[in-house]
Design a protein around this ligand. Structure first.
Ligand SMILES: [Zn+2]
Ligand SMILES: [Zn+2]
Length: 373
């Protein structure tokens, strides 16, 4: 069938609205009518070519919608189900990792098999159109996705908030859970965009105090405060960020440090380690583009964090979230007023105005812009 999609034909250039053919779901796949997709920093990495991806391609991975067709063998999702579309997996449920409750580390479920498949989308020239920043391809009217990437949610959840759960919430809040944040511990969050703000919500919910937000923009730090940060550090206004964190944590450094800044660098990574306590956990959420330099940086951090201390370094994919349980729980928390999502949404755009929404994120004016289908 035909659908409209915002296609990236050239890295770093504006997306182009095109008519794209999408095939019927193959075995194990579901066709989802997109209701809303948020624009995430990882989409920019996909569009700019900082992460591997084939062009032409469709970005967008923070998506919520309704299942309209299911392929052979699909058993968890039914036509009509309201779903969050993710770039991670619910897991097979039976391998050692799944049984241990770490479903995102599932060793059986063939995520790779899906990644190897043809995209099932093609443009008017008959060229295959891939997906960027994950397998969702949410900047389109429909997405074709493995059922294992979908989680059914309650129909009462507003679409423009549900989509945020598919990435920003599970990555930010989920990382706080995976890092094992304990009551009365201290946490520092470097970078207070949408994912950082959800890490702030997670650490706050799990009982950390102080929760220290670190950023270079006062507007973002103000937002961080509204979402639970107890202290704000503007890196441009203090002589020494590491010392500022130590001063707020009795001199020892933060028990948990989350790096969510999109341009993670050696200098930033080193700073994160130095502001952590000797037994601290450093959690790198942002991949900052999965380039060889980034991978080197991660290896380097792992060594530096481990050297002569009992610090731990983790970098879980999508917060290491057990999405099959966590996503419905986040919906419940939102409905109960315990998870703030409303003020994360700073604008709504039709698909035709997607480049405007992207610019708002690039200029750090927006927390989350939502593309409404
Ligand atoms: Zn498994
Ligand atoms: Zn994302």
């Amino acid at each position: 069938m035909k659908m409209r999609a915002a296609v990236c034909n050239k890295h770093g250039k504006p997306l182009e609205i095109e008519e794209i053919d999408v095939i019927d779901p193959r075995p194990g796949e579901v066709l989802v009518k997109v209701d809303a997709t948020a624009v995430c920093q990882s989409d920019l990495h996909g569009i700019d070519g900082d992460v591997p991806g084939k062009l032409p391609g469709i970005a967008g991975h923070e998506t919520a919608g309704h299942a309209i067709k299911t392929g052979e063998g699909v058993h968890r999702i039914k036509v009509g189900d309201y779903v969050c579309c993710t770039t991670t997996t619910v897991g097979c449920g039976f391998c050692d990792e799944c049984l241990a409750g770490r479903r995102s580390n599932c060793t059986i479920h063939p995520m790779m098999e899906q990644a190897m498949r043809q995209p099932g989308r093609s443009n008017s020239k008959g060229e295959p159109v891939s997906t960027l920043a994950g397998k969702v391809g949410g900047f389109a009217e429909y997405v074709l996705l493995d059922e294992y990437a979908l989680v059914k949610i309650d129909e009462s959840m507003p679409v423009d908030k549900a989509c945020l759960i598919s990435c920003a919430v599970i990555s930010g809040f989920g990382s706080a859970i995976t890092a094992g944040v304990k009551p009365f511990s201290s946490a520092a969050i470097i970078g207070t965009g949408s994912v950082g703000i959800n890490a702030i919500q997670g650490t706050t919910f799990l009982g950390a105090c102080p929760v220290i937000a670190v950023d270079m923009l006062d507007s973002r730090l103000e937002a961080a405060k509204r979402f639970g940060a107890t202290h704000m550090i503007n890196v441009n206004e203090v002589p020494d960020t590491i010392q500022a964190v130590k001063d707020l944590t009795g001199g020892k450094g933060a028990d948990y440090v989350f790096i969510t800044a999109t341009t993670a660098s050696n200098a930033l990574s080193k700073q994160a380690i130095e502001m952590s306590s000797p037994n601290g956990v450093i959690c790198r959420i942002s991949l900052g583009g999965m380039t060889p330099e980034t991978m080197q940086d991660i290896e380097w951090m792992r060594g530096l964090a481990g050297f002569g201390t009992s610090r731990k370094f983790i970098s879980p994919m999508m917060g290491g979230s057990n999405i099959i349980q966590d996503i419905p729980n986040y919906v419940k928390m939102y409905q109960a007023g315990r998870l703030q999502l409303d003020s994360l949404v700073t604008g709504h755009y039709p698909l035709d105005k997607i480049n405007e929404a992207i610019e708002k994120l690039r200029s750090a004016e927006a927390l989350r812009s939502i593309i409404m289908m």
